[in-house]
Unconditional design. Structure first.
Length: 317
């Protein structure tokens, strides 16, 4: 039986986990990790949206530890015995419009529809991001378009005015000649666990991931082709991505640095919790548990561990 049975929903971390496994970093850290990737938006749910879908219940048989968006993690912990055991940042959440649309910035989408997956991160994150951009509640129009490839078709066919996506669809969209980017924002992510693992096992797990992060960041050019292969595999045989200029992507794409996983960022988590409390997504008296035993020492690479500054957010290329 594995020490940590881990499921996560972020495409970029497939590369990190693959490298950590291939180089034996989990074994070096004394951790038996069972890793898998999932996309919550592709599953069947009951409920109106991410707030009441309780999709993590479906994951319990497959993964006792989940890498999810920070908003879902806060809600999940508020309703269960789980704890948040790690914080990290994903690459951008991007909003695209049709290339011929008059909008050039997010302000051009006030009162216009944004296609999202209402069962996933965007149900929360796009609301918060648009509020931070000065949108009033009645100017935020979110429409459910589940699969990302369906969103590509929907915005091009005029079914929605814009779409919000995560990686790999961010990069695919940036090289899609029929789309135009009008906004990018950070995607905050967290790791939660159903049963508190032994602190040394959890620290070893995070350290193994960060060793892979350091390897990739030290040789971004060397890992670029491998990441492009992941993008091509994701788009293969899907007509929605026929407008992606892969020739230009292969020539121009530069793999960007990964931020390391760190012990739970309580300041950041508290801010997310406050926003969710204000919206009624978590109870006023919700206890958001974090793994206090986990320290950044031994988890972060030495050069990262020396800094006490807040983790920088992911930004656009």
């Amino acid at each position: 039986m594995s020490d940590l049975n881990v499921s996560h929903e972020y495409f970029t971390w497939r590369l990190v986990q693959d490298i950590a496994e291939e180089k034996g970093y989990f074994e070096d850290e004394g951790v038996d990790a069972d890793l898998s990737y999932f996309a919550p938006g592709t599953q069947d749910f009951e409920g109106e949206n991410a707030f009441d879908a309780d999709w993590w219940d479906d994951m319990d048989e497959d993964g006792g530890t989940h890498g999810v968006c920070e908003w879902n993690a806060v809600q999940e912990v508020s309703e269960t015995d789980r704890d948040i055991v790690g914080s990290y940042s994903e690459w951008d959440r991007v909003v695209f419009v049709d290339a011929d649309d008059d909008a050039d910035t997010i302000d051009g989408l006030r009162g216009r529809s944004v296609g999202i997956n209402k069962y996933a991160t965007s149900f929360y994150s796009m609301r918060e991001m648009l509020e931070n951009e000065g949108f009033d509640e009645d100017e935020i129009v979110l429409e459910h378009v589940g699969e990302a490839e369906d969103r590509f078709d929907a915005v091009k066919e005029g079914e929605v005015d814009s779409i919000a996506v995560l990686e790999p669809f961010v990069t695919l969209g940036r090289y899609d000649e029929e789309l135009k980017e009008v906004f990018d924002g950070p995607c905050r992510a967290a790791i939660t666990t159903r049963e508190q693992p032994e602190p040394e096992k959890l620290e070893g797990f995070l350290a193994a991931l960060n060793r892979a992060v350091a390897d990739i960041n030290d040789d971004l050019e060397g890992y670029t082709d491998r990441y492009v292969e992941l993008l091509e595999d994701e788009a293969a045989d899907k007509p929605a991505f026929d407008d992606v200029n892969f020739e230009r992507l292969r020539e121009e794409f530069e793999l960007r640095e990964f931020l390391p996983v760190r012990a739970p960022d309580e300041k950041r988590i508290d801010a997310t919790t406050d926003w969710m409390r204000d919206k009624g997504f978590v109870p006023d008296d919700a206890d958001i548990g974090t793994a206090e035993e986990v320290e950044n020492e031994g988890v972060l690479p030495d050069d990262e561990a020396e800094s006490e500054e807040d983790e920088p957010e992911a930004t656009a290329d």
